[in-house]
Design a protein around this ligand. Structure first.
Ligand SMILES: Cc1ncc(COP(=O)(O)O)c(C=O)c1O
Length: 380
């Protein structure tokens, strides 16, 4: 009797994950476990030495004077704004092509986020876009170094200096990205970072930091992150809890030592992808220059056939994502804002056409080849 015929499974191309986190690096894991054991051994879980050590290391890495560890990138933005005295009645200009946290932080202070569009080529804010949105209530601008690419800061800083506006940089995706030699986060009054696990520098949970060269602002933010408590049981302001946990600080100290190397791996992976995809119909990320460095937190390509591209990649085992499918001004949370559909067309087009391809420091040549092959065999 013949054996029943069964379908022979077609071998699937190697799975390419969207990100690969720390568990794949045994040596790193060993060091992190050592740091966790050290913190657990002394049972100092909030504030204290581990936090102070990480803060001074991170400030030095950012080539600035102060870093204040806080509970998330969102808290970093909120505390930076509050520390600068932004609040009710003020307007803060925010690019709508960002993660919602950029606007949420403004809302949390009581100020109004004024959503504006971005430049078509870089997907970032420009001085001209900001200038067109200024009113007599504008107090601050938040340039977002989105995807890891630095915003062109000089014209923006000149405009803000002229008009007496504060600049809070959202560098949550841009650890180490430089503009004219200086790291993201150190151009304006304050720079805000997220240590969400998938970020270029990621904690094992939530975390964030504000960096600044302004000692008084740093002191205010230090107060605000922990109940406004100046000396024990003496609360100078009602501010809540926004602390970076000591465990996270200890983990971040271990990982910070590798961050330059990881950013370089991302840049090399991006160069490989850029070369391999050069002949495709996709719009690739703008090439970088001294004025617009990139640390490739994300490698975002564009095509009008985005959803078909993603389905095609998925069938070939290549993960992808969208950053972001809905611009902030079209989120239900901001339905009562001044901008509505059609008002900010570049960002709305980016939301419809952008596709983030996998990129992470440990991505292999074979994985990059799988991405290029999958994109290469796509025809809309
Ligand atoms: C551009 C941007 N801003 C702000 C944030 C907020 O950071 P967190 O998630 O740590 O609050 C993020 C994080 O996803 C981000 O990507």
């Amino acid at each position: 009797m013949n054996a029943p015929q069964t379908a022979i499974p077609v071998p699937r191309a190697a799975e390419v994950p969207f990100v690969r986190l720390d568990a794949a690096d045994r040596r790193l894991m060993g060091e992190v476990f050592g740091a966790i054991e050290r913190v657990a051994g002394v049972a100092a879980f909030t504030m204290g030495e581990e936090l102070e050590t990480f803060e001074s290391e991170f400030a030095a890495w950012c080539e600035t004077d102060h870093a204040i560890g806080v509970s998330s990138g969102t808290s970093a933005l909120e505390l930076a704004l509050r520390g600068l005295g932004i609040g009710r009645g003020d307007e803060v200009i925010v690019p709508t092509n960002s993660f919602i946290a950029t606007a949420e932080a403004v809302t949390a202070t009581g100020a109004t986020p004024v959503m504006v569009d971005v430049d078509e080529d870089t997907a970032l804010l420009t001085a001209a876009i900001v200038e067109a949105a200024l009113t007599e209530r504008t107090r601050c601008v938040i340039p977002v170094h989105l995807y890891g690419r630095s915003v062109e800061m000089e014209p923006l800083l000149a405009l803000c200096r002229d008009r007496g506006l504060r600049v809070v940089e959202d560098a949550c995706q841009a650890h180490g990205s430089r503009y004219r030699g200086r790291p993201a986060g150190t151009h304006g009054d304050a720079g805000c970072f997220s240590f969400y696990p998938t970020k270029n520098l990621g904690a094992w949970g939530d975390g964030g930091a504000v960096v600044t060269a302004d000692a008084e602002l740093a002191d205010r933010i230090r107060l605000m992150r922990s109940h406004g408590e100046g000396t024990r049981h003496h609360h100078e302001m009602a501010a809540g809890t926004h602390r970076l946990h000591s465990l996270q600080a200890a983990i971040l100290s271990v990982k910070l030592k590798r961050l330059d190397e990881w950013n370089e791996n991302r840049r090399q992976a991006a160069a490989t992808l850029r070369g391999a995809l050069a002949g495709s119909d996709l719009i690739l990320p703008e090439p970088t220059s001294a004025d617009g460095d990139h640390v490739y937190h994300l490698f975002v390509v564009r095509t009008p056939d985005r959803d078909a591209l993603r389905a095609h990649l998925g069938e070939r085992g290549v993960s992808s994502a969208i950053h972001y499918p809905t611009p902030i001004h079209l989120q239900p949370a901001y339905a009562d804002g001044a901008a509505s559909r059609g008002d900010l067309p570049v960002s709305e087009r980016l939301a419809a056409e952008s596709c983030s391809l996998p990129i992470f420091p440990s991505i292999t040549e074979a994985e990059l080849e799988s991405i290029a092959d999958a994109v290469g065999s796509f025809s809309p």
